[in-house]
Design a protein around this ligand. Sequence first.
Ligand code: DP6
Length: 330
Amino acid sequence: MHNGKARAFTNIALIKYWGKKDQQLILPMNNSLSLTLDAFYTETSVSFSKDYSHDTFYLDDQLQNEKATQKISHFLDLARKQAGVFEHAIVRSQNFVPTAAGLASSASGLAALAGACNVALGLNLTTKNLSRLARRGSGSACRSVYGGFVEWEKGNSDQTSYASPVASHHWEDDLAMIFILINDKTKDVSSRNGMQRTVDTSLYYNDWLKAANIDIEKARTAIANQDFQALGEVTEANCLKMHATTLAANPPFTYWTPDSLKAMNKVQAMRQAGQNCYFTMDAGPNVKILCQKKDSETIYRELQKDFPSHQLIMAHAGKGIETLEMEVAK
Ligand code: DP6
C-alpha cells in the first residue's frame, strides 16, 4: 500500500488562461497570472494497492460515477507511469468551501491530487515538476502549487510549461477578494469546452491573445510597483476581453447571468463613488471583487445592501500546496 495526502488552495486568475495550444499536454496559448486564496481548498488522499482491481473516487464522501472517475484515472495513469507503479487506487477528496454553493474548483482539486500522488508514489518532485504534473490534470491547477501571486509560463513543451511565484514582497497580504455567489440556472459550458470552442471558432480569439500578452506585462509591473489601481484596472479589463471572445464563438455563449451584470454594475458604481475595487469572472456566473484589505470591510458592507450575506465570501491570499499526515488506512 502506498499512501499520500495533500492540501491545495484554489487560485483566481487576474490575467486569464483561456485556450490551449496542446489539449493532450495542457499547454496554454498565453501566460496567466493568479492569486492563491485562503478561503477555498481541497484535501485529497490517495492509496495505491495491488489489492484494488480498479480506481475508486470519492468526492465529499460521495462515490463518483464513471465519468468523474475516468478523469481521475487518466491523471493517476500519468503519475503511475512516472513512478513505474501500476496499482489501482482509492482517491478521497474533500472540498472545503465556506458555504455549500457549488464552488468546487478544479484548480485546488487537481493540485491536491498531484500533491497526494507525489507523496504516495515517492516521486519526490521539485515544486516546478509538481506544477507540471498538476497542469496535466487541469491547467489552472499548476498555479495552486504556490501561494500568493503566481505566473504560469506557457512554455512550448511539457518540460517548459509550469508556474512560478511572482516576487511581491508579500504585497498580496494587503489585498482581499470578495466573492459574490450567483445562482446559475443556465446550462453549464465547462471551462475546458468553452475555451476550446473559443479557440476553434471565435472571431476575436487572436485579438484576445495579443491583449493578454500586453496585460500580463502590465500586471507584472503593477505587482512590482505595488500599484493597486493599475493591477485592478488590468484585472477587470482582461476579464472583460476574455468574456468577449465567447460572444463571438460559434455557437456563441456567455457565462454571464442577469445577477452577474448586477454585480459588475455594482462594482463600477462603487468605484464611481470613490471605492477602490475591481471585478473578475471565470467560466461561471460568480463575480469576484479585488480590493485592498484596508477597504474590504467597507466594500463588504456596501455589497450587503444588494446581496444577501450568505452570497458573500471574503477571501485573502493563501498558501501553496501542503503535505498532510494520512489517517490510519483501513
Ligand atoms: C476561466 O484550468 O479549469 O478559470 O485546463 O481545461 O482543466 P482545463 O481548464 P481550467 O480553466 C480555467 C479557466 C479560467 C481562467 C483561469 O483560471 O486562468
